[in-house]
Design a protein around this ligand. Structure first.
Ligand code: NAD
Length: 260
């Protein structure tokens, strides 16, 4: 279904980004990976997911907090892949503290990586999407793009901002073949969440299993983690013709979190 298209997934060396890259590859899309840490294993995972599709997999290590590096990544995508058809803005970090204790440099990093990076990739990707009259911008927001939690002011501000940004881009491209939407996951068991589970276990003097149950029980009525594959399948759907007129939505996949 996506043969000949190129998907750039930011923050795709781990977790949700990697899951989405694999599901897009399974539909035949070429993939540009981005993120820190080991690259060989994620590349191999994406190639394995592509099965019989002869896809091209690239990588650019741009730090998403640095606009000049994002520009270099987009130039690489244009030169080596003929541009980005499916832009998945997924890179994100978390830090938890009450606002009066929140380190200003952590605030700046969260806004830069979780919000401003999407502005930079999108502004650079849209011209070639418009020229082809086809494109998909998929922003990984969060349940925290729709509702708040204590201790996460920067993250909640960035994710609410990302949902608003998504709506503006959707309106600007509404008469074209380019769509912009946000995916708002609840808890997904990735390294980002594992850190919060470990911190909870230590803080409360309980086991990691108990901390996991506590975390889910507090917010997620299904009491099950959402999986990166489920989010990847939603991204695939948003790339399908059935989604041509889904524009500017913030689609929660959260086991009932924001229904409460
Ligand atoms: P993760 O920590 O597993 O992966 C984050 C990815 O981003 C990694 O590939 C990492 O290398 C990359 N990254 C971090 N900082 C970067 C930077 N400065 N430049 C480039 N890459 C960078 O996290 P995850 O849980 O898979 O989260 C992915 C996205 O989904 C984030 O935007 C997160 O806020 C969002 N999200 C996660 C959950 C969850 O429960 N895990 C829920 C809702 C939303």
């Amino acid at each position: 279904m996506l043969n000949g298209k190129t998907a750039l997934v930011t923050g795709s060396t781990s977790g949700i980004g990697l899951g989405i890259a694999c599901q897009l590859a399974a539909q035949g899309a070429n993939i540009i990976l981005n993120g820190f840490g080991d690259v060989d294993a994620p590349k191999a995972e994406v190639l394995a997911a592509a099965k019989a599709h002869a896809i091209k997999v690239g990588y650019h290590g741009a730090d998403m907090s640095k606009p000049a590096e994002i520009e270099a990544m987009m130039a690489y995508a244009a030169a080596d892949f003929g541009g980005v058809d499916i832009l998945v803005n997924n890179a994100g970090i978390q830090f938890v503290a009450n606002v009066e204790d929140f380190p200003p440099e952590k605030w700046d990093a969260i806004i830069a990586i979780n919000l401003s990076s999407a502005f930079h990739t999108t502004r650079l990707a849209i011209p070639s999407m418009r020229a082809k009259n086809w494109g998909r911008v998929i922003n990984l927001a969060s349940a925290h793009g729709l509702v708040a939690s204590a201790g996460k002011s920067a993250y909640v501000a960035a994710k609410h901002g990302l949902v608003g940004f998504t709506k503006s881009v959707a309106l600007e491209t509404a008469t074209t073949g380019v769509t912009a939407n946000a995916i708002c996951p609840g808890w997904v068991l990735t390294p980002l969440v594992q850190k919060q589970i470990d911190a909870r276990a230590e803080r409360e003097g309980i086991t990691v299993e108990e901390a996991q149950k506590g975390l889910l029980g507090e917010k997620q009525p299904s009491l099950q983690f959402v999986t990166p594959q489920q989010l990847g399948d939603l991204a695939v759907f948003l790339c399908s013709p059935a989604a041509d007129n889904i524009r500017g939505v913030a689609w929660n996949v959260d086991g009932g979190w924001v229904a409460q």
